[in-house]
Ligand binder design. Structure first.
Ligand SMILES: O=C(O)CCC(=O)C1=CC=C[C@@H](O)[C@@H]1C(=O)O
Ligand SMILES: [Mg+2]
Length: 323
């Protein structure tokens, strides 16, 4: 006997969360619960505005079609909408026991503004210190100075930086100029520094600062390839596709010595804790990029360990469909 419940959630965000061109007031998505006999599996389907190509309405419609197929006893092929493919594959992987329970709750603390705040957080972390700093939001020169100060002050710190393709080649050089060449190898990678992939490749070769692909990974012509100066690929499963699709990318990356970093698309605590399990399972040697829960004002169904935000339970959600 198979059963399905599909819920819809809307969680209030922190006041200042801006995605590209849009303020995100609430994070909206779907939660699916599959039951078969004694077993249960949950998944989150939450297209991210400004990043996903599909809307929540489109995702809901596509999910309902797949869920009806599943109820009819069929197996599902990769849904064309990445958020749907990811959420359903998680629910199925929980149901079958394929997704291990053990999770990697380490996260690279995310800093988009105040380096003093990050400094305090980092000093409190025991062991390996990895943080992610957003760059490209202010002057490139200021970014370069902030990065330099952090690397100088904390000798065991490694940084991930993310420019989200915001720099021209000249601005990217303006940034690099302020980072002491001796410390550049402690920049684990800088995600997508320039507007084009070719400019980013050229930046990596000429500055010795390693780069990572994030946006590129989701473009149709992208291939996982060993290239000079490229250290990692960032995988945001909600924007990428099913667990099987992510697993395939991770395998390809690892085969050629690239790091693969599981990263958040600002899922609720339910989706984030699943991503922490995916990371422990498929990328055990890499700290995942999951420090986005505090952008929200509440957690959903499953709590993230030691997080103090209030927890909304499933009874508070609207049921979209129940079989
Ligand atoms: O990668 C991480 O460490 C956290 C996730 C993260 O930085 C992002 C998630 C989703 C949208 C963006 O705002 C942002 C990014 O630019 O990669
Ligand atoms: Mg990014």
């Amino acid at each position: 006997m198979r059963q399905v419940t599909l819920y819809r959630y809307s969680l209030p965000m922190d006041a200042g969360v801006i995605l590209r061109n849009q303020r995100l007031k609430t994070r909206d998505g779907l939660i699916v619960c599959l039951r078969e006999g004694e077993h249960e599996g949950w998944g989150e389907i939450a297209p991210l505005p400004e990043f996903s190509h599909e809307t929540l309405e489109q995702a809901q419609e596509a999910a309902l079609t797949d869920l009806q197929q599943w109820l009819a006893g069929q197996s599902l092929s990769e849904n064309a909408l990445p958020s749907v493919a990811f959420g359903l594959s998680c629910a199925l992987a929980e149901l079958s026991g394929e997704l291990p329970i053990q999770a990697d709750y380490r996260k690279a603390p995310l800093c988009s503004g105040d380096p003093d705040e990050l400094f305090a957080v980092l000093q409190a972390i025991p062991g390996e210190k990895v943080a992610k700093v957003k760059v490209g939001l202010y002057e490139a020169v200021r970014d370069g100075m902030v990065v330099n100060v952090l690397l100088e002050a904390l000798p065991d710190l490694k940084l991930r930086l993310d420019a989200n393709r915001s720099w021209t080649r000249a601005k990217a050089d303006g940034f690099a100029k302020y980072v002491n060449p001796e410390w550049r190898n402690r920049i684990a990678f800088l995600e997508e520094p320039c507007k084009t992939r070719d400019e980013s490749r050229d930046f990596a070769r000429t500055t010795g600062i390693a780069i990572a692909w994030d946006e590129s990974v989701r473009e149709p012509d992208f291939r996982v390839e060993a290239e000079e100066g490229v250290a990692a690929i960032v995988i945001k499963p909600t924007l990428t596709g099913s667990l099987q699709r992510c697993q395939q990318l991770i395998t390809e990356a690892h085969q050629i010595g690239l790091e693969a970093v599981i990263s958040s698309s600002i899922e609720s605590s339910l989706g984030l804790t699943q991503l922490a399990r995916v990371a422990a399972w498929l990328t055990p040697d890499t700290v995942p990029g999951l420090d986005t829960l505090d952008l929200m004002q509440a957690q959903l169904i499953r709590p993230w360990p030691e997080n103090n935000l209030p927890l909304q339970d499933v009874a508070s959600l609207d049921v979209v469909w129940r079989s």
